[in-house]
Design a binder for this molecule. Structure first.
Ligand code: GMT
Length: 378
């Protein structure tokens, strides 16, 4: 880095899926690069890991005075952002999600002064879920339009943001990334034995089991595949649709072939057991889990929703079909599982693509460029 190190505040949902992971991993990379990173959140980000001299955590405490009917988290966050920005002389507040984080950061900027720059990263839910609600549209638009820079994790999310919110400002594309020191193929032979016999293949789905993930389609794909090839389905994660999915699996008489692993932290170890990852989502601005699988050499079969096609190249690092077309998805899974040469070709292409297009250093550099640009130091 030729430029002076920066002081960067990061706010994310510290315990929420992909966006929390990306925000935390980015903070760690920036700290390694010599920047000072201040996480400002309601709890410590779950992937923060061990101590680093350049990483600080500032907890937002919510004021619960009797005059408040609801404790105002957003106002407490904005105040904390302003307080940390003044005390630590932050250059940039990098917030993940427009609502509420960008809006809070804009309030903090008003308290601190224009020298504090706000960079907002859109991960999807702002646009694909919240922007469907007319009562929130103006607020999301404000968060986006007033930020000093806005980034989004796929071209498709940029397109959707422009269309749904009628936004014309520049939005930088910053794909999600993986750290190759963490995400690489782990020898999973002994772990596999606990879930499948040597002649069986393993399909895997990892998500928060929200309706947009279409986990029923995962079960449907598996039901079709296991009729032709001995196999197991491993479901990783938890969420609102899980009970429904359990019923469906029982209805289909597949309970002996499906295992529920719950939430797991060591995702690279877990993914390395899979022959194929299933991601048939209805909406998916990026699909970080498919990238994590790719980095471990595991191809994805999924839908063409959102940003998935920017990540998974059909026929090269996996196969895609229209949302809900579980028959075609199942055929693709069978193609992979039956053809060792194809499987090996996909594996190599996955490793290559994850290391080049979605390499952590490349994307960290993009974010740094954006920070220096908004500060007028480019
Ligand atoms: O997928 C979710 O429900 C969680 C959500 C989140 O906030 O972590 O994921 C969104 O952000 C991830 C990181 O950028 C993306 O990989 C996911 O595709 C995106 N989810 C959706 O668009 C549904």
């Amino acid at each position: 880095m030729n430029q002076e190190p920066l002081k960067i505040g990061i706010t994310c949902y510290p315990s929420l899926g992909g966006s929390g992971v990306v925000a935390t991993e980015l903070g760690k990379l920036l700290a390694e690069q010599g920047h000072q990173v201040h996480f400002i959140a309601h709890s410590i980000p779950f992937r923060l890991g061990s101590f680093h001299k350049n990483i600080f955590y500032h907890e937002v405490e919510v004021n619960d005075y009797y005059v408040f009917r609801y404790p105002p988290y957003d106002l407490s966050l904005a105040s904390k952002m302003a307080q940390v920005a003044k005390m630590q002389q932050l250059d940039v507040l990098h917030v993940h999600y427009a609502v509420p984080h960008a809006v809070c950061a804009l309030l903090a900027k008003q308290m601190v002064g224009n020298q504090l720059k706000v960079v907002t990263t859109l991960h999807g839910t702002d646009i694909t879920v919240l922007a469907q609600d007319e009562s929130l549209k103006d607020l999301i638009r404000l968060g986006i339009n007033e930020s000093d820079a806005v980034t989004a994790v796929s071209q498709d999310l940029i397109r959707e943001t422009r269309e749904l919110l009628d936004i014309s400002r520049d939005i930088d594309l910053t794909y999600n990334f993986v750290d190759p020191r963490v995400y690489y193929y782990r020898d999973s032979k002994s772990l596999r034995q606990d879930y499948a016999s040597p002649n069986e293949k393993i399909m895997m789905h990892i998500s928060n089991f929200r309706p947009v993930k279409r986990v029923n389609d995962v079960v449907d794909i598996f039901a079709r595949v296991q009729e032709h090839i001995p196999s197991k389905l491993l479901l990783v994660g938890e969420g609102p649709d899980l009970p429904k999915i359990q019923c469906r699996i029982n209805e289909l008489g597949l309970e002996d072939k499906v295992r529920f692993l719950g939430k797991q932290d060591e995702i690279a170890h877990v993914i390395s057991m899979a022959d194929v990852l299933l991601l048939p989502s209805e909406k998916e601005s990026f699909g970080l889990v498919a990238l994590e699988a790719m980095a471990c050499g595991v191809p994805t079969v999924g839908s063409t929703a959102g940003g998935i096609p920017e990540l998974v190249t059909h026929g090269e690092t996996g196969f895609l079909a229209p949302i809900g077309d579980t028959e075609t998805m199942a055929q693709h899974v069978l193609e992979i599982l039956k053809d060792e040469a194809l499987s090996e070709r996909l594996r190599k292409a996955c490793l290559e693509r994850s290391m080049t297009m979605f390499c952590n250093k490349l994307i960290r550099g993009k974010y740094e460029e954006i920070y220096y640009r908004v500060l007028g130091r480019d």
